[in-house]
Design a protein. Sequence first.
Length: 196
Amino acid sequence: MISSKIGHRLDPAILSLYRFFFGKRIVSPNVISSAGTLFGFLSAFLIFMEFPAAGAGSLIAAGLFDILDGAIARGAGRVTRFGGFFDSVLDRYTDMTVMGAILFVYIRQGSPACALATFVAVIGTALIPYARARAEAASLSAKTGLLERPERLVLLIIGLFVPSLLDYIIIALAVLTHVTVIQRIVHVWRQTRKDG
């Protein structure tokens, strides 16, 4: 996973860039998370209206805000349990609305196979964070698997910028999201198999 390897290593660079533009004034990470979600909603609307490149641009903005909120929270010592929860919930809104917009476009265009693949991908997209949340609720780890959120967003952005690739990317997401869920299930099972 690219995102796991990078981790929080970019935080210093992100904070330096933020301070270059905004000085020492720290905006609440929750406000930044909310702004990112608004760009996510805008992306879904643009995709629904069949402006995929504009939707991709808005989705990039949403992703940048999502990176920024965590970097600021960690760098300014403002990490809170509510902040983590709030950011995760808002991420799901962005994920589901963007995928939902793609689904409706396929239905409108009369592409039932791609619509079905998108629906399958939506289920996988929802189950990946759910599997992790359920594992962590049981004091287990499940931050593993092939396709975490950053990788999914990168694939979607590529597909929106290059519409000829979108069908193939949606099919890949339909498969790989569920592969990731299965990987997390296996990872949790390995941690609990001694329980009896």
